[in-house]
Design a protein around this ligand. Structure first.
Ligand code: ZN
Length: 258
């Protein structure tokens, strides 16, 4: 008989007593980070940012994902605390990019895609740290990744380390930034998801998380919903394809188990 990690007394004793705040957008990466944090920390809260992005649909997925994770694991249900939604529309007021306007997605001469919103991630982490300070939470968890999005300088490991120091000094309190996905690709992110919550978690994140830059939620693919041709959909499709080739089980169109 297999014992779930949360039921194992040794694993329970290993639970990190710190409390965490997960930057949770409703995408594949931040959903996996939420499950990772729920497995690891004693208490977990989530924060999302409304910055006038054209895929406001991503924010609507957040509630479905939180509810699904509570059903998947009773220990997670006990640990999952408040959700905070913060208005960050000021970022859209400052600069027009493909994420906040209807501009087409393209690459600038400096190699950065116009989906890059300057300073966005730095701002989000600062707002999250302010919320964590007020709530008495010690750890920020974010799904940034160098492997897939190296074009975004404020998602890189060095930027995260520098910001961790800046936030801890500026708030005179230890703020730790954890980045569980920093060095893994999209296929490995699915493997992590499978290890954390089994097939029900993979199916939940596949069906309810949202990655598409165009906010498309009405076209179903094997890897979830999306337009199928924007850079985020292409990345997600390729990651899923590699994952299902390597995974020990097959994911079909069965009825959801979450
Ligand atoms: Zn898309």
């Amino acid at each position: 008989m297999s014992v779930h990690p949360s039921d194992n007394p040794f694993t329970k004793a290993m639970t990190d007593k710190r409390q965490a705040l997960v930057l949770f957008s409703g995408g594949q990466d931040s959903s996996t980070c939420l499950a990772w944090a729920l497995e690891r920390y004693e208490h977990v809260e989530t924060i999302g940012f409304d910055y006038g992005q054209r895929h406001a649909v991503e924010l609507q997925c957040r509630g479905l994902l939180r509810d699904g994770m509570k059903r998947i694991n009773p220990h997670w249900s006990y640990k999952l605390g408040q959700d905070h939604l913060v208005d960050a529309k000021v970022i859209g007021d400052i600069g027009q990019t493909a994420m906040t306007s209807e501009a087409a997605i393209r690459i600038h001469a400096n190699g950065l895609p116009n989906t890059f919103v300057p300073g966005r991630n730095l701002l989000f982490l600062t707002l999250a740290a302010a919320m964590a300070y007020r709530r008495g939470l010690q750890v920020l968890v974010t799904g940034v990744c160098e492997t897939d999005y190296s074009g975004y300088p404020d998602c890189r490991d060095d930027a995260m380390k520098a910001q961790q120091v800046a936030l801890s000094l500026g708030m005179d309190r230890s703020i730790v930034i954890e980045t569980p996905l920093m060095w893994i690709d999209k296929a490995m992110t699915w493997h992590m998801c499978l290890a954390l919550g089994g097939e029900p978690l993979v199916e939940l994140i596949r069906d309810q998380s949202h990655s598409c830059y165009l906010g498309e939620r009405h076209i179903a693919h094997a890897w979830g919903q999306g337009c199928g041709h924007c850079p985020a959909c292409e990345l997600r499709a390729k990651g899923w394809e590699r994952f299902v080739m390597q995974a020990p089980i097959s994911f079909g169109k069965k009825s959801p188990r979450y």
